[in-house]
Design a protein around this ligand. Sequence first.
Ligand code: ATP
Length: 349
Amino acid sequence: MSAPRRIAVIPGDGIGHEVIPAGLAVLTRAAESGGFPLAFEHFDWGCEHYRRTGRMMAADALDRLADFDAIYLGAIGAPDVPDHVSIWEMVLPIRQRFDQYVNLRPMKLLPGVTGPLAGRGPADVDMICVRENSEGEYSGIGCLDADGAREEAIFTRRGIERIVRYAFELAARRPRRLLASATKSNALRHSMVLWDEVVEQVARDFPQVSWRKYHVDALAARMVTAPQGLDVIVGSNLFGDILTDLGAAISGSLGLAPGANLNPERLHPSMFEPIHGSAPDIAGQGIANPIGAVWAGALMLDHLGAPEAARRIEHAIAAVLADGDVRTPDLGGHATTADMTRALAARLP
Ligand code: ATP
């Protein structure tokens, strides 16, 4: 057996404490049966830590995380802690310090799941969003005073180029080789004009990929009316954020959707998390769907060099959903998080 990969585990808040243990159980089983040992170290950072100490994470958190091979995150947020504290003092610093400039979010309707779009099935909804994760509209630059507020979006040529290139490379590896670029250059006449220009330049290196640009509002409509024509979607931080919640909804449930924050050069740890939040409305009831967290764990194994274990987990997810016997309430059933976790573990090939 090789040396264990070291994973920093941050369950965070709310249902993070329910879905991360589920994810760890399935991941450990899949990885170790494939001779790929994992060593987990837990950190109790999040809103409870903030209430106790006034900080979301320990002061030296980023230095400590730097030594890990990957970070496995549950969810961050609580009703009594403002989002600008929980997100800006934890999630965004991690993404920025480790230059996790790719946010990868598969959006796929799996057999056995009923999506909300009438007449659409798994063959119609199979997209993946490549969201810029390090700059754009979430630069944090601006001000708020009595007269109003100003929010600055920062788009660098380098930042756009690297995310767009990642998306084209991904599209070139997928069977349909399609790419849609989300823009809004009709209204955002500086940043999105540059975005379009860079997309056009990068596209010249990928003649095998068919691509189109869509204004983001039209693209949102298209995801609903004609999802079968979409494959890889590349968008800015804000556009990707919005489009992926829509994508998760048309894939059947927010509880199913995984996300990866990647530093593709592997100079720093990447971070893997379900895309849902802490879901305070259902936290503590043991009914959260763990599949988004489990699937995020599969993306982590893939990234760490265990693609067979990742495929085993993805097959287990597909098999349990296709069987349809075990469904958490978000999928219309009565199963608990523990029931779903057992079912997934039992279906690992
Ligand atoms: P936060 O402020 O942390 O983002 P939120 O409630 O605004 O929390 P989400 O946590 O993403 O946002 O939840 C949105 C809705 O989706 C809630 O009704 C929640 O119960 C539901 N939901 C989210 N994740 C899951 C899950 N894993 N299983 C079942 N339902 C979920």
